[in-house]
Design a protein around this ligand. Structure first.
Ligand code: MN
Ligand code: MN
Length: 319
């Protein structure tokens, strides 16, 4: 019986068998396997950052998040209210998917085909990116399984720009325009939260004209967590895909990212927003754009790891 396994049930490695900073860097010290029949949730790395327009480095995001996740303990301070995630869920670390550096289109297609068996097995994918182009093949695979999706998109940027080259349409700023064009998501049942900075004014008009519900970071700041959560819960109606670009958070709390924008939300606020997603019909989650080279004291990676943990708590709670 290997570490982390007990009578066929998968658990994270026990701290008594070695400190939290020891052993292989798997997510929360969960066992590494591709045996999907063992799992309810698969944490999957996509080490790809060739689709960025500014600073690269998110290819090392999955590693950094796994590394920081060594601190995650298999219980929660709200244990009387929330079931510890690893009692309710069998969580595996699926490892990283194959990417071909320098070949965006080929990689995007190959990622989709690698993800299909995960969706087919009914295993909930938690995707660690990667730049935001990571989301496109996940959305495609997810939509094949679940039909049209509601998107809950946390980001400083709308990622709805038109491709500048129709032959090479994919970069990290075109993903949701392509997703709408392909009918993967229903913008009227989707919401973007946290948009700010020197994005061109016209793009927000385009996003809203496409039907998206947009809560800019200024609006979020005025209305607060509670009414934002209420709005999200009102808007979504299909199976829900959550895409969380870590740059939704202020660079004071999450500097380790390629395209930082000042005056964002706090780490506390994003945790509360994610907790507010309880009860909605989640089918997949990604967290993208963590670029450890720009991080300081691992605060960005640690936040990302904890946001994944908050998702696991939501999934554990629904059973
Ligand atoms: Mn983004
Ligand atoms: Mn962004």
């Amino acid at each position: 019986m290997s570490e982390g396994q007990d009578s066929g049930r998968l658990y994270p490695a026990e701290w008594q068998r070695g400190p939290r900073y020891s052993g292989a860097y798997t997510f929360a010290r969960c066992p590494v396997t591709r045996d999907l029949w063992l799992a309810d949730v698969a944490v999957i790395g996509v080490p790809m950052d060739m689709a960025v327009l500014y600073r690269s480095g998110a290819r090392f995001g999955p590693r950094a998040i796994r590394d920081a996740s060594g601190q995650l303990r298999p219980h929660h301070w709200e244990a009387d209210k929330l079931e510890p995630p690893f009692d309710a869920l069998r969580v595996i670390d699926y490892g990283d998917l194959d990417v071909f550096p320098g070949y965006i289109e080929q990689t995007v297609a190959h990622l989709q085909s690698q993800l299909a068996p995960v969706f087919d097995a009914g295993v909930f994918p938690v995707i660690l990116g990667g730049d935001h182009s990571t989301t496109l093949p996940v959305l495609r695979a997810c939509s094949l399984k679940h039909g049209r999706l509601s998107l809950v998109h946390f980001d400083a940027h709308p990622d709805f720009w038109p491709p500048s080259d129709s032959k090479r349409p994919v970069h990290h700023g075109t993903v949701f325009r392509i997703a709408v064009e392909e009918g993967l998501i229903d913008p009227a049942a989707s919401v973007q939260i946290g948009i700010r900075g020197s994005v061109s004014a016209g793009i927000l008009d385009e996003v809203r004209a496409a039907g998206f519900n947009v809560i800019t970071c200024d609006e979020f700041s005025r209305q607060g967590v509670e009414s934002t959560v209420r709005r999200i819960q009102e808007v979504v109606r299909h199976p829900v895909y959550v895409s969380l670009d870590i740059d939704c958070v202020d660079p004071a709390f999450a500097p380790g990212t390629g395209t930082p924008e000042v005056a964002g939300m706090t780490s506390r606020e994003i945790v509360e927003l994610v907790r507010g997603l309880r009860g909605i019909n989640l089918v997949a989650f990604d967290i993208v754009e963590v670029a450890p080279a720009y991080d300081s004291a691992e605060i960005t990676a640690l936040l990302a790891a904890n946001l994944v943990y908050e998702f696991l708590l939501i999934l554990a709670q629904r059973g």
